[in-house]
Design a protein around this ligand. Structure first.
Ligand SMILES: Nc1nc2c(ncn2[C@@H]2O[C@H](COP(=O)(O)OP(=O)(O)OP(=O)(O)O)[C@@H](O)[C@H]2O)c(=O)[nH]1
Ligand SMILES: [Mg+2]
Length: 359
């Protein structure tokens, strides 16, 4: 042993914890029981119609945090028995067609008749810019003051597919909260209207006058998604033109495939500024619902939509789990190069990714 004075001398330690204090057990992270109760509480607050709690619940479902995701789904499961009791209406049209203004006027009319109205939006631009709904919030100012209205901006993050999933879940929460009319606004560009068609009962297409050329240019595909085409801004000098345009649409609609079996797509005019024609729109929607419930189209469409939703989530999950593995990504890149170099065929590349189980 080196001399005590030597720098190499090591003082023999004391047999105790470093500071001589009693050791304390490290607390393991215990998930609080309380959270489960909170979820029940949140569910019942949502059901009682608290807008604050509804917003909280939606935020939970939109969260990308792993724990939140589990809780969000648990909450949704609790509320599932109370969903489905609304009329889900999709509203589309080119930018500036007046969708938000229509929703404001139509929503106010519905509230005044005792309905509870939830407004959601799928806005492809907001997934990029982070929210053009800001303008809508001011545009729907009067509706947002109604105690029977709930306006939720579109989730601003994620892919269109992700936004669509969140909007569906939000819709279910709103139903559990007692909203009997759900209005979903989407801009009539890109794929968003197909996505919205896949989650609503009734699809309304807002168009403007100017007929002729515009009508020619209008994508047949969008018209074939609509249950009603509404020539909007039918006020002032525009009334005559709007009526003419509506008649022209009617002619064209005869030649198209209807969006809903057994329902002839209607064409009508309205003005949100003057609150004209809005009652007719509601009347049409109610007639559509009545007919759909009678002939079974209403329920079968909803079942189909849920099945499609499930399938598309499986699809998303497969893609995510496949590309989520960095080794996979590298392998794909290497194979891609080999394919481009002519070393292997495309089919061989795929086979290497998914080798057949040995028999
Ligand atoms: N004359 C007339 N103008 C209207 C009517 N409704 C809306 N507008 C006007 O049309 C413009 C566009 O209205 P918005 O409600 O923002 O249209 P939008 O379709 O929601 O537009 P985006 O959300 O940008 O796609 C605004 O300047 C409105 O004031 C209407 O009934 N009559
Ligand atoms: Mg708008």
């Amino acid at each position: 042993m080196p001399d005590k004075e030597s720098a190499l001398f090591v003082q023999p330690g004391v047999k105790a914890i470093h500071d001589g204090m009693e050791p304390t057990k490290r607390k393991k992270f215990v998930k609080k029981k309380k959270e489960k109760q909170d979820l029940d509480e949140l569910a019942s607050e949502v059901r009682e119609g608290s807008r604050l709690h509804l917003a909280k619940a939606i935020t939970l479902l939109e969260s990308s945090n792993v724990d939140d995701k589990v809780e969000g789904q648990e909450l949704l499961k609790k509320l599932l028995p109370y969903t489905g009791n609304s009329i889900r209406i999709g509203i589309t049209g080119v930018p500036g067609a007046g969708k938000s203004t229509f929703i404001e006027s139509f929503g106010k009319m519905l509230c005044s008749q005792g309905h509870k109205v939830a407004v959601l939006a799928i806005d492809p631009s907001s997934t990029v810019t982070g929210g053009s709904i800001l303008g809508d919030k001011t545009r729907m100012e009067e509706l947002s003051r109604e105690k029977n209205a709930f306006i939720r901006p579109s989730p601003s993050a994620g892919t269109l597919g992700g936004v669509h999933k969140k909007t569906r879940e939000t819709m279910l929460l709103c139903e559990a909260a007692g909203y009997d009319i759900i209005l979903i606004e989407t801009v009539g560009v890109g794929q968003s209207e197909t996505i919205v068609r896949g989650m609503v009962d009734f699809f309304l297409l807002l168009v403007l006058t100017g007929a002729g050329d515009e009508l020619q240019g209008m994508k047949k595909g969008i018209m074939e998604l609509a249950d009603t085409i509404l020539v909007h801004k039918a006020d002032g000098d525009n009334i005559r033109n709007a009526k003419k345009t509506a008649a022209e649409y009617k002619q064209i609609l005869h030649l198209l495939q209807p969006a809903t079996p057994g329902w002839t797509t209607r064409s009508m005019t309205a003005s949100s500024y003057e609150n004209k024609g809005l009652d007719k729109v509601l009347e049409t929607i109610l007639e559509f619902q009545k007919q759909g419930l009678e002939n079974g189209v209403w329920d079968s469409r909803r079942s189909q939509q849920t099945t499609d939703w499930f399938q598309s989530m499986i699809h998303d999950h497969l893609i995510d789990s496949f590309y989520g593995d960095p080794a996979r990504k590298n392998q794909v890149q290497t194979l891609e190069q080999q394919i481009l170099n002519g070393q292997i065929t495309v089919a061989q590349g795929v086979e290497q990714l998914f080798p057949k189980e040995a028999e």
